[in-house]
Design a protein around this ligand. Structure first.
Ligand SMILES: [Zn+2]
Length: 108
């Protein structure tokens, strides 16, 4: 986590962090003292971009059985982001009703 030189209005030190906004996990700046969350112009733009990208792939999906595993079918449009088979790095539980699928490289 890189430290920034910006100070919070409370005088606290601001550090890079990640936060969930609208269900998106995004980079943000956080005051270590009062927990105020701030976004740099680039980070604010990233939230808009995520919302836009998500609109394109949002859909209800089924889970199917493949051999002894189960599989979730990803929308075909996700290929536009360069996603190919074998690219998944890690999968973890993000919240009580969501999983995070992390890819080996940035999608955009
Ligand atoms: Zn503060």
């Amino acid at each position: 986590m890189a430290n920034t030189k910006i100070k919070c209005k409370c005088g606290g030190k601001i550090v890079s962090d990640k936060t969930l906004i609208e269900g998106f996990l995004v980079d943000c700046l956080k005051c270590q003292k009062c927990d105020e969350i701030l976004f740099s112009p680039k980070q604010a733009k990233d939230v808009l971009r995520l919302r836009e990208k998500n609109k394109r792939i949002e859909a209800k999906r089924k889970i199917i059985k493949v051999g002894s595993s189960i599989a979730a079918i990803l929308p075909k449009k996700i290929e536009d982001f360069g996603v190919k088979e074998g690219m998944i790095d890690t999968i973890r539980i993000l919240s009580s009703n969501s999983l995070e699928i992390k890819f080996k490289k940035d999608l955009f």
